[in-house]
Design a protein around this ligand. Structure first.
Ligand code: PEP
Ligand code: MN
Length: 361
């Protein structure tokens, strides 16, 4: 491990570095008094980097050496794969999650679930609890929404992912959901992350809208350290300076996360785009940068949507996104997991043929 010490630092602050070295079994190889670089040798443990970073005398951990955190990819390490029903994320498998932003009514949810499945989605999304920016906006149906999700699962055969906002609801949500969702506004809710670390069901962790990629990975680390290894990261755009898109889809982070971590990475082009016409190109960009799947919002009647209507795909647009996924997976040699067969040869595979459709309209 290579540390950079704060210059100057007090003797007692420096002593605490040596105390921690002793406690964790590191041997000091070299200290350059001029630059403050301290080189250590020892067995790595996932907790070491953060413990050294927390010391007053340590300005930064320049290189963590063997102190690998649980999310980190070792040289040559294969992807972790997370399965939810027929969906597989990672390890060359790509899957589509689709559904409404929020659970609104039984009939609408089942209609969307069937259309999502027929388009090629293998997981149904839908918020029962909605973390809205304004307390006056629709907050979701709560427990009733969970029951409707269970009905939609029975009708469509699709497993469901839904957001949990509060550690006290984890048990209840876990009784209905096949996968927990942690939303952007809760990425750093350590009480929630602790609780989800104790669960065995997979977790879809969305990046906080102002979180660095490292903060994002450390949020995942909470759950890995708690014993839940089925964590899927989701890039959904960060705060940008321009309002032409709702958020700035950080495709660079997608590529970086895939290289740095063995965890599956999804892209949510819906919350990044903020409007349906931009979802398709962002979805394609995410997949090209290595995303292991997409989560998109879909609704047949935007005038009736309770939340995020502008970004909802129509059923036809969803089929187009799924067709893109098949095509791009084919180019990459990856497998697009779907429960239903794609349209047979001769039929139009998409409402907007790839060769002629503009990416943005
Ligand atoms: C959502 O998925 O509906 C949602 C609220 O997303 P985010 O947490 O990314 O804003
Ligand atoms: Mn939404």
């Amino acid at each position: 491990m290579l540390l950079r010490l704060r210059q100057p630092s007090t003797e007692s602050d420096r002593r605490s570095v040596l105390d921690l070295c002793r406690e964790t079994g590191y041997r000091v190889l070299d200290l350059n008094e001029e630059t403050g670089f301290l080189r250590l040798e020892g067995e790595g443990d996932p907790s070491h980097r953060s413990r050294f970073e927390d010391l007053t005398a340590v300005q930064s951990v320049v290189h963590a050496g063997g102190a690998r955190e649980l999310h980190e990819r070792r040289v040559g390490q294969a992807d972790s794969q997370v399965e939810v029903g027929a969906a597989r994320f990672g390890g060359g498998c790509v899957s589509l999650i689709a559904g409404p932003c929020a659970v609104e009514s039984r009939d609408r949810l089942i209609e969307i679930a069937l259309a999502a499945r027929d388009a090629g989605a293998t997981v149904l999304r839908g918020g029962a609890w909605k973390p809205r920016t304004s307390p006056y906006s629709f907050q979701g149906l709560g427990r009733e929404g969970l029951e409707l999700l269970a009905e939609a699962r029975a009708a469509s055969g699709l497993p469901v992912v839904t957001e949990v906002l509060d550690p006290r609801d984890v048990q209840a949500v876990g009784e209905f959901a096949d996968m927990f969702q942690v939303g952007s506004r809760n990425m750093a809710n350590s009480a929630l992350l602790f609780e989800l670390g104790r669960q065995s069901k997979p977790v879809l962790l969305k990046r906080g809208m102002a979180a660095t990629a490292r903060e994002f990975l450390l949020a995942a680390e909470y759950m890995l350290a708690g014993g839940n290894s089925a964590v899927v990261l989701c890039e959904r755009g960060v705060r940008g300076f321009d309002s032409v898109t709702r958020n700035l889809l950080d495709v660079g982070a997608v590529a970086w996360l895939k290289a740095t971590s063995h965890l599956p990475v999804l892209v949510d082009p819906s919350h990044a785009a903020g409007r349906a016409s931009l979802v398709r190109p962002l979805a394609r960009a995410g997949l090209v940068c290595g995303a292991d799947g997409l989560i998109v919002e879909v609704h047949p009647e935007t005038s009736e949507v309770h939340s995020d209507g502008a970004q909802a795909l129509s059923f036809g647009e969803l089929r187009t996104v799924a067709a893109d996924m098949r095509a791009l997976c084919g180019l990459d040699g990856r497998a697009f997991m779907e429960t239903v067969e794609p349209p047979t040869r001769g039929e139009t595979p998409t409402d907007q043929p790839l060769a002629t459709a503009p990416l943005v309209d």
